[in-house]
Design a protein around this ligand. Structure first.
Ligand code: F6R
Length: 364
């Protein structure tokens, strides 16, 4: 059942060229999103929608973070994001002009479920996104988009995360299209989504390089992930994957926040993963990398192919194919997933059964 792999996590990471393809099947055509599940709310989106609120936990929240950055970068649509356990106890400003998107792989996370119950009471339209047909969150929502990635057994979310980002981008694009924001740039990003299966084949073919790298880092107690923009959302997920299965203390920070506190942690015992974006923020990241190096911390960069400058100034360099920046959380994900996986197995830990964690969190 593990298809020749040692662990479900390894199988699911390697399945991503196919799982993304099935997640997007019939949902993008000629650079345009075609999400049929949204057709019934087309009028609501066109005429009434004033605000989107994404509600989720853990990895699903990180996928939502990328969607928020995407919508903000390419439209004037008002979009908020909240961790479900906060959302349900605050006074979220949602009403009948709000679309609440509940992102939950399992469809059973109690905080997300209670979040949508609250949103419904306040009159919002609730759209669920889940990988489990007939689970509670989709059943209690007004609309549902299923992820169609096939079941995920490993406790650490991998293929569902990349499917979530892909489908959330397609949903975002459909909304932007109906709201009159479908620029050439948005179209290009949506077209690039269709290239992800091939890009993943290429990244996964270099997994031995990531295994060798992981070998050098298994004995560290702490690691930090830094990025800006879409690189920041990728940092959050990279750090979560590493901490949950390898038990290395890892956190993701906005690179610009380093000097507001986290930099005090850094010395030679504290390596830093720098996710370097592919646009104007690259120069800012270079300054951040120099600050990190000045504290003698080792730097592992994930950047785009052929970035000689980044290669020269960092200790380790992992390259991914160049895409639009919005796509970068997707290109970075298999790298940080494989890194976390290899560190865990090199530490003799079972990545499929991390301590204290459950696949479906049905208690508060
Ligand atoms: C991390 C992980 C968790 C889940 C979180 C939400 O690898 O799996 O952080 O993402 O518990 O779960 P769902 O998406 O089922 O609501």
């Amino acid at each position: 059942e593990k298809g020749g792999y040692d662990h479900f996590m390894e199988k699911e990471i390697n399945e991503q060229p196919q799982s993304i393809k099935s997640a997007l099947a019939g949902r993008i055509e000629n650079g345009y999103p075609t999400i049929k599940e949204l057709d019934s709310i087309k009028d609501f989106i066109k005429n009434d929608l004033e605000k989107i609120y994404i509600v989720a936990c853990g990895t699903s929240y990180h996928a939502g973070y990328s969607m928020k950055y995407f919508v903000e970068a390419y439209s004037n649509i008002n979009i908020s994001l909240e961790v479900a356990s906060e959302f349900r106890y605050m006074n979220p400003h949602v009403d009948d002009k709000t679309l609440v998107i509940a992102v939950s792989q399992s469809g059973e996370t109690i905080d997300t479920l209670e979040g949508i119950r609250l949103a419904k009471q306040k009159g919002a339209h609730v759209l669920a996104m889940s990988n489990v047909v007939g689970s509670t969150i989709p059943r209690e929502s007004h609309s549902v988009v299923y992820m169609n990635t096939g079941p995920e057994i490993g406790v650490a979310a991998t293929k569902t995360y990349t499917a979530q980002i892909s489908i959330l981008y397609a949903i975002a694009a459909q909304i932007m299209n109906w709201k009159g924001y479908y620029t050439e740039e948005v179209k290009k990003i949506i077209s690039e989504l269709e290239l992800i299966p091939d890009i993943y084949k290429e990244i996964l073919s270099k997994k031995d390089h990531i295994l060798e790298l992981a070998r050098e880092y298994t004995h560290y107690k702490h690691m930090m992930f830094i990025g800006r923009g879409f690189g920041y959302t990728a940092s959050l997920e990279g750090a979560l994957k590493l901490k949950e299965i390898s038990y290395i203390n890892a956190n993701g920070y906005q690179a610009g926040e380093l000097k507001h506190g986290p930099i005090a942690l850094l010395d030679e015992s504290f390596p830093v993963f720098a996710i370097v974006p592919f646009n104007g923020l690259r120069e800012k990241m270079i300054s951040n990398i120099m600050e990190v190096k000045a504290r003698k911390a080792r730097v592992i960069a994930i950047s785009t192919k052929g970035d000689e400058k980044i290669k020269k100034i960092t200790n380790e360099y992992i390259e991914v194919p160049k895409t639009s920046e919005a796509i970068s959380p997707l290109t970075v994900a298999p790298v940080t997933q494989l890194f976390a996986y290899y560190v865990a197995i090199l530490r003799n830990l079972d990545p499929d059964k991390p301590r204290n964690l459950a696949k479906s969190v049905t208690v508060e």
